[in-house]
Design a protein around this ligand. Sequence first.
Ligand code: ZN
Length: 366
Amino acid sequence: MATGYVWHELYGWHDTGTNAGLLPGNLVMQPYLHFESPESKQRFHSLVEVSGLAAHLVRIEPTQVSDEDILRVHTAEHLARIQRESMQPRGGDAGDGTSPFGHRGFEIAALAAGGAWAALDAVLNDRVQNAYALVRPPGHHARPETGMGFCIFANASIAIRKAQSVDPNLRVVTVDWDVHHGNGTQAVFWEDPSVLTISLHQNDLFPRNSGAITEIGAGAGQGYAINVPLPAGTGNGGYLATLTDVVVPAIRKHRPDVIVVPSGFDASCFDPLGRMSVTTTGYREMTRILMDVANEVCGGRIMMTHEGGYSPTYVPLCGVSVLSELSGVHVDVIEPLYETYDTMPEHELIPSQMAVIEQVRELHAL
Ligand code: ZN
């Protein structure tokens, strides 16, 4: 079966305005792009096309999710505020002052959640084996009551809740490999044992004081949130060990019907917002490990939905590497110069990383 792929030109039109990185353009510094600009994602899509990969993928057309779908996860106040600000001539902000959106940004945010849903629906109905939703704005920081961290609506969570409205018995594991903590996804399913949320992230990066090992869920959901806060500098060795020693046994234990991956490429060695060192080879191998365990427990069903990743020149290579592995279609886009990054010393698994992995295994009896 084939690999599904979601992209819509409007994802590139989500307008985060003129900023100098995170700073608003207000004469503090010459205005430039917001970190969360269209660059990395549009160029990812361009490479999917130009590499020839697109011809082998099943294109899935997204449509906006409904207000009812958004309310499966978010409060009525959050939805109403986003819709109201979206009608302002200059748009608004998702909630934390660093997550701007332009006029009619609501519709693009609803289309991003709709992209995650369309991909998940195609996987669950066996129209494709697995799928990648290259959506924008991202979603994994958005909490029920607010957006934050460049996210407006919780794309993956909305897709999962909508799928559960069709099949109330649906069991899911989320594997968030964005460099930042998947705090929003965790918050949505905090007391829900049907969705095991796993987040691999740089220790105490964003949000601050979020994503500690001791955050494990509550009530009926106690034990159904797993956090792996890896030390800054972690490369392929630490990430692959986390996949093998934490993620795979947790998936075997939970036995989901589908694996959902909030996929950010900001743990890459070239990212301006993370301090990790994962390479395209690392992402490809992480994908392989997930595919193997998915074949074992859930008929190979994986849906990835795009989150962060802020290197306009490296995110496309990471994304195409993952899509190449997911689809089994080999494309050659990695130049020898970049292959040298695979042999750098930070890829060695070191004791500080092993200690985190061991603590998580012990706490969750993996
Ligand atoms: Zn991120």
